[in-house]
Design a protein around this ligand. Structure first.
Ligand SMILES: N[C@@H](CCC(=O)N[C@@H](CS)C(=O)NCC(=O)O)C(=O)O
Length: 220
């Protein structure tokens, strides 16, 4: 049995972070290959991935002869390989959790696009624009609604793929704009999420790396 997860740099690859975390949270054994996605070597390294995975992107999980690409597919696979606890048991709650995962994956992740995952690790943060502050607060208010409604420690009660999918945005936004006191559930949830041992493992490695500066960050 060979199971290899190709990830990216700890301080750059938010998609790989999600896939890696779902596997770790389900105690699935795998070997990890970190692909350097910094420019200029990015293109050559991803071209190598493209030899066996059509999107030529990370993350990609190769499980014996199965090639599973896209972070959401890998997260779902990790959940099914494991005990299934990363999605709610209740049918309707599960569908709602999947809705949030899909929305984040397709659209919501683009909010505050200039605050890239890389920027969560910068020591010197940029001054946020009025639009960024407005959008970040809107996202905080959305999360507060989920957390209030589902009456648990996490977005859908128990820790789930929804929390994993949102985590990189938590790191991007929180590191630039502390959560205002009017979102008390968000403050507690973020703290729990960030302090999960596997999350800490990834982050402690990410903070040790040289920052990867994204063009236009300080001028946007
Ligand atoms: N929708 C994909 C996105 C994966 C993705 O964009 N990964 C980046 C690295 S974090 C990448 O490899 N991009 C390839 C490229 O820029 O051509 C997923 O969720 O896995």
């Amino acid at each position: 049995m060979t199971r290899i997860l190709y990830t990216g740099n700890r301080n750059a690859s938010s998609w790989a972070f999600r896939a890696w975390l779902a596997l770790r949270e389900q105690n699935i054994e795998f070997k990890e290959v970190i692909v350097d996605i910094r420019r200029p070597q990015r293109w050559q390294n991803l071209a190598e991935i493209g030899k066996f995975s059509p999107p030529a992107a990370v993350p990609v999980l190769v499980d014996d002869d199965s090639v599973i690409y896209d972070s959401v597919a890998i997260m779902e696979y990790a959940n099914e390989l494991g005990d299934g606890s990363l999605l709610p048991q209740d049918l309707k709650l599960r569908a709602q959790a999947r809705s949030l995962v899909a929305w984040q994956h397709s659209t919501l992740g683009k909010v505050c696009a200039c605050l890239s995952f890389e920027s969560a690790f910068y020591k010197k943060k940029k001054q946020l624009t009025a639009n960024e502050i407005h959008d970040a607060k809107w996202i905080y208010s959305l999360w507060e609604q989920y957390l209030t409604k589902n009456l648990g420690e996490y977005l859908f009660g128990d820790f789930s793929l929804a929390d994993i999918t949102i985590l990189p945005t938590v790191l991007r936004l929180k590191s630039h704009l502390p959560v205002p006191d009017d979102f008390p559930h968000v403050i507690i949830w973020m703290d729990k999420l960030i302090n999960r041992p596997h999350v800490q493992e990834w982050l402690s490695e990410a903070y040790k790396l040289d920052p990867i500066y994204c063009e236009g960050y300080y001028s946007s």
